[in-house]
Design a protein around this ligand. Structure first.
Ligand code: BES
Ligand code: ZN
Ligand code: ZN
Length: 509
């Protein structure tokens, strides 16, 4: 999509649709727009609507207005009133309003939108943030995964142009930089969604690694891809154990930013990359297996966040680790009861072949220590238990360090991607004791599945600050929202980028 910043008087701007935001009126004579700095003749049209009682400015209220002889072919009047008194008009709220405007425009087959950035909106959010929020929302709401659909008139209406309109060319630099950040975040979140939505027969570990190389190259990140031989050489027996049931060989991808390790803090991001999780010999019922193409969401999010950070010129030394496998049942598949050895020498009893994600993450967390990282954050569709713990209201956050957890919560608040911290009690790790190996991959007792998964990971963390995000219930959705259709959500790209961009500023949290 083309995103442009234009300086012009609102009433002189030629456009297919001009979006004006309105709060509910207290008195019909005093209608004021949230994104205009002064009354214009457009405003008097809205005043008429309000006076006739046809528009109240409630959230989700949208009206089209058609203007004789004006350069704007239509006005899209959008309400920004709060539903409840405790609802804030924050960034997430603004993005939902903009996303609803995108949906309404697409319905009419309009392919260009113009959003003035002025007045109270600029005062509240500032130029950079206002532009970032609007650009990001338009890209996210405009997203569709249509690669496997034969194009028809009906399904190919997409917005092609977003114009951010400044009345006096102020603050041009801030708005341009915000539009850039919003474009990068929106684009890479959508790219993560594309990877997530791609069917599992088209996205094998090999194909994923090829795409990682392509994206990394374009974003000027270094990218090393290990094949199964190199993985064996490195002693990653737990990763190979998961992969051995599949005809698709595994890959281990290492992404690295150019920054100098000696002068910049190192952060390692790890993403679970199971391109399809059948459960292995502990095979899943069809109903649970259907969504298992999304089991590579962590890897998609880490790849996208790394590329976005490179494009936004993050100064940090960033490392991304993507263990990529397919978990299949076959005559060569690993058995419940097998013992495998991870690259740090630790042995694992595979008590359940469906608890495969933690085996990949264990290898990656053990390997991460060689970068002497200031912190390691992993993100994974790790446990179905998350559907019971938090549902799709928030991702589970686990951390061995309160300051790292606080940074993540802070970043989550900014991007509207909610996290909720869950405990890592000692009894969770006690239940992972094995009779025959150093650890079991599932507990002997039922319950607290998400925490026990996290406790397993914790035992592979070696002397660095670590946080784990369980996104099993966030990675894909079965209901469309304003900012995302059904399917892969790209959840976490914006969160990881926000966290890394603010790393140096929020050091003393
Ligand atoms: N990929 C699944 C977790 C999952 C389930 C993600 C549903 C998204 C939706 C993971 O590999 C898994 O199967 N976990 C098991 C662990 C259990 C065997 C301890 C689970 O959650 O049932
Ligand atoms: Zn599984
Ligand atoms: Zn899995």
């Amino acid at each position: 999509m083309k995103i442009t910043v234009t300086c012009n008087a609102v009433e002189a701007q030629t456009t297919s649709a001009l979006v004006l935001l309105f709060a509910p009126h207290t008195s019909p004579e005093k209608v004021a727009a949230f994104n205009l700095s002064q009354p214009t003749s457009y405003l008097s049209k809205v005043t008429t609507l309000v006076q006739r009682g046809d528009f109240h400015g409630k959230a989700r209220e949208l009206r089209w207005l058609y203007l004789e002889g004006a350069p704007a072919q239509r006005l899209l009047v959008a309400g920004i009133g709060r539903d409840k008194d405790d609802e804030n008009f924050d960034g997430a709220f603004l993005q939902r309003v903009i996303a609803n405007a995108v949906a309404a425009s697409r319905k009419l087959g309009i392919n260009e939108l113009c959003v003035p950035l002025a007045g109270p909106m600029l005062d509240q959010f500032g130029g950079t943030n206002a532009a970032r929020l609007v650009a990001e929302a338009v890209l996210l709401a405009n997203y569709r995964f249509a690669q496997y659909k034969t194009p028809t008139e009906k399904n190919n209406t997409v917005l092609q142009t977003l114009t951010l309109l400044l009345e006096n060319c102020k603050p041009e630099a801030a708005v341009k930089s915000g539009a850039h950040i919003g474009r990068v975040l929106g684009t890479w979140t959508c790219r993560a969604r594309d990877l997530q939505n791609t069917p599992p027969n088209a996205l094998s570990p090999i194909r994923f690694a090829e795409l990682a190389q392509e994206y990394a190259h374009a974003a000027k990140l270094s990218c090393e891809v290990w094949d199964e031989h190199k993985i064996r050489e490195q002693g990653m027996g737990a990763l190979l154990g998961v992969a051995q049931g599949s005809l698709q060989p595994p890959r281990f991808v290492i992404l690295e930013s150019a920054a100098h390790q000696a002068t910049q803090p190192t952060l390692v991001l790890v993403g679970k990359g199971v391109t399809f999780d059948s459960g292995g010999l502990a095979i899943k019922p069809l109903e649970s297996m259907l969504d298992m193409k999304y089991d590579m969401s962590g890897a998609a999010v880490v790849l996208s966040a790394m590329c976005a950070l490179a494009e936004l010129e993050s100064p940090l030394h960033l490392v991304g680790l993507l263990p990529l496998v397919e978990n299949m049942p076959s005559g060569t598949a690993q058995r419940p009861g097998d013992v495998v050895r991870a690259c740090n020498g630790k042995t694992i009893e595979v008590a359940d072949t469906d608890a495969e994600g933690r085996l990949l993450l264990a290898e990656s967390l053990a390997y991460a220590s060689r970068f002497q990282p200031e912190a390691v954050i992993d993100i994974a569709t790790l446990t179905g238990a998350m559907f019971y713990v938090l549902g799709d209201a928030a991702a589970g956050l686990f951390a061995n360090d309160a300051s790292l957890a606080a940074r993540i919560k802070n970043a989550a608040q900014h991007t509207g991607e909610r996290v909720w911290e869950l405990p890592l009690y000692p009894e969770f790790s006690q239940q992972l004791e094995s009779e025959i190996a150093d650890i079991r991959n599932v507990a002997s007792k039922r319950g607290a599945g998400a925490s026990k998964g996290a406790a397993f990971l914790a035992s592979f963390v070696a002397g660095y600050k670590w946080a784990h995000l369980d996104i099993a219930a966030m990675a894909s959705s079965t209901k469309p929202t304003a900012l995302a259709p059904k399917g892969g959500t790209g959840w976490g790209v914006r969160l990881l980028v926000e966290l890394c961009l603010n790393w140096s500023e929020t050091k003393t949290l």
